[in-house]
Design a protein around this ligand. Sequence first.
Ligand SMILES: [Zn+2]
Length: 58
Amino acid sequence: MSALPKRRISHSRKNNRRSHHSLKPIKLVSCPNCSAKMLPHNACNNCGKYNGKTVLPI
Ligand SMILES: [Zn+2]
């Protein structure tokens, strides 16, 4: 037995498999404190606040 595939994968099957591989644009929300763009569920890099509390030293 060889480790080679018996049939080649068609273009269609290959492309279908890769249909989930595309990169999505990163989501940004604006900070409720300073309204700078920031990643959701992360402390703000501009004012260092998360959920109204200062969690990062600025
Ligand atoms: Zn902020």
